[in-house]
Design a protein around this ligand. Structure first.
Ligand code: NAD
Length: 381
């Protein structure tokens, strides 16, 4: 018992009118069910550190799921033998999640491969190129915003010509360079873009603001599940009309990501998925196991650790809200590992900075696995 905690004494007498049938009732599992931590947190003082606050006061409902997510990530997923894949959907980089959280997670070696919507990677480029993204309001008049050359992502604002179109122009100037003139997967596309973003960051005197640049430097392969579905894809298509030779082959991505999961398991390690939001990056990350089992016919059991933060419900049948136990039926998650699966129903913009802070405070950096450099090797049988 903690030093300052007093022993609590029952102040009222026993119930005198306990019915006979209840007195005789056998309750064989009662102690097991009531063995959990008593809910009696200390008063918050304002002096606590964030990880201690999470451990001590996030005790029920989605608060408890967020605490469990922090503890699962830090206590188990960050073991040296675990390969961690992280997917992210939803407008996260425009909200600053790249700079605040994803870049530090990459730098600390807490994520080994990424799958993102193209939008997150496209909007990440504004940060590398030093085009400001600004806080606004969801109440602004959108017709007036349009008349003033501004676009809105809920309460985030971007300049249309001086941010979006300016980014597009620089992106196209990258895409027509000689190293892009071939067929490739999206990890290579983003690695090459990351190299340029890293250089733009440096020229602008910025440090660690771009996910693409950080992933390039750390050798973290970054995939997108729908290469045509973003302004990066739009610009790839645009330059193709003018004779550019870049061709994206999604099969390369499917095989590389599957090989990472299989290589982790064959080396005697574990595979973990951290899923921010749902969408197609979530499936892209999880389909690695069915690809191993159903398509390649290799005996495997599913992901070892599963952590998802989402707003989507399971009862509509969409994958964004599908639970880890549903994923078991597809071979995506190892049924024996279900106790280690956490789903937290909240907004990523709340959970991601908290989990990042918790992990950085409680776990030392991991050695970078540099999976980007191992893509070819991991594809060999
Ligand atoms: N300019 C661009 O390139 C651009 C801009 C926007 C979207 N897109 C494209 O549209 C597609 C959809 O992208 P999207 O970003 O709208 O993702 P999305 O809406 O498909 O997100 C997938 C799911 O994630 C969950 N989710 C989203 N935001 C969340 C949050 N803050 N917290 C918790 N859960 C959350 C929701 O359940 C959602 O159904 C992508 O392919 C993207 O590349 C492109």
């Amino acid at each position: 018992m903690a030093k300052t905690q007093k022993k609590h004494v029952r102040a009222r007498p026993e119930l005198s009118e306990m019915p006979e049938w209840l007195k005789k009732k056998q309750c064989p599992n009662r102690e097991k069910y009531l063995s959990g931590k008593r809910i009696l947190p200390r008063n918050i003082t304002g002096k606590e550190k964030a990880p201690d606050l999470i451990d001590a006061t996030f005790l029920a409902y989605n608060g408890a799921r967020l605490r469990e997510a922090c503890q699962l990530f830090t206590g188990k997923m960050l073991e040296a033998d675990v390969t961690v894949g992280m997917s992210f959907a939803g407008a996260l980089t425009p909200a600053g999640m790249g700079c605040s959280s994803i870049v530090p997670l990459i730098k600390a070696g807490f994520v080994d491969w990424l799958a993102a919507t193209g939008a997150n990677l496209y909007h990440d480029m504004h940060f590398a190129l030093n085009y400001p993204v600004r806080a606004g309001s969801f109440k602004f008049d959108d017709t007036d915003l349009r008349n003033n050359d501004i676009v809105r992502v809920y309460d985030v604002l971007l300049g249309y010509s001086d941010c979006l179109m300016a980014t597009d122009e620089i992106l196209r100037s990258m895409l027509i360079q000689p190293e892009f003139q071939k067929e490739m997967g999206t990890a290579e596309l983003h690695y090459l873009l990351g190299k340029y973003c890293s250089e733009w960051e440096r020229k602008a005197g910025l440090k660690d603001v771009s996910v693409l640049a950080a992933a390039y430097r750390a050798g973290v392969p970054c995939y997108t599940s729908s290469p045509g579905d973003s302004t990066i894809g739009m610009n790839v298509a645009g330059v193709e009309l003018r004779g550019n030779k870049l061709r994206i082959n999604p099969s390369i991505d499917v095989n590389e990501t599957t090989a990472f999961v299989l290589a982790a398991k064959r080396a005697g390690g574990k595979s973990a998925v951290v899923l921010w939001g749902g969408g197609s990056p979530k499936n892209f990350m999880l389909q690695t196991e069915p690809q191993i089992q159903e398509v390649l016919r290799i005996k495997e059991f599913g992901q070892d650790y599963f952590l998802q933060v989402t707003d989507a419900r399971p009862d509509t049948g969409g994958l964004s809200g599908a639970t880890p136990s549903e994923a078991v039926s597809w071979g995506k998650v190892d049924p024996e590992r279900l106790p280690d699966a956490v789903v937290c129903y909240t907004d990523t913009t709340i959970a991601m900075p908290l989990l990042t802070h918790y992990a950085l405070a409680r776990h030392k950096p991991r050695k970078l696995k540099r999976l980007y450099d191992q893509r070819q090797k991991s594809l060999k049988p």
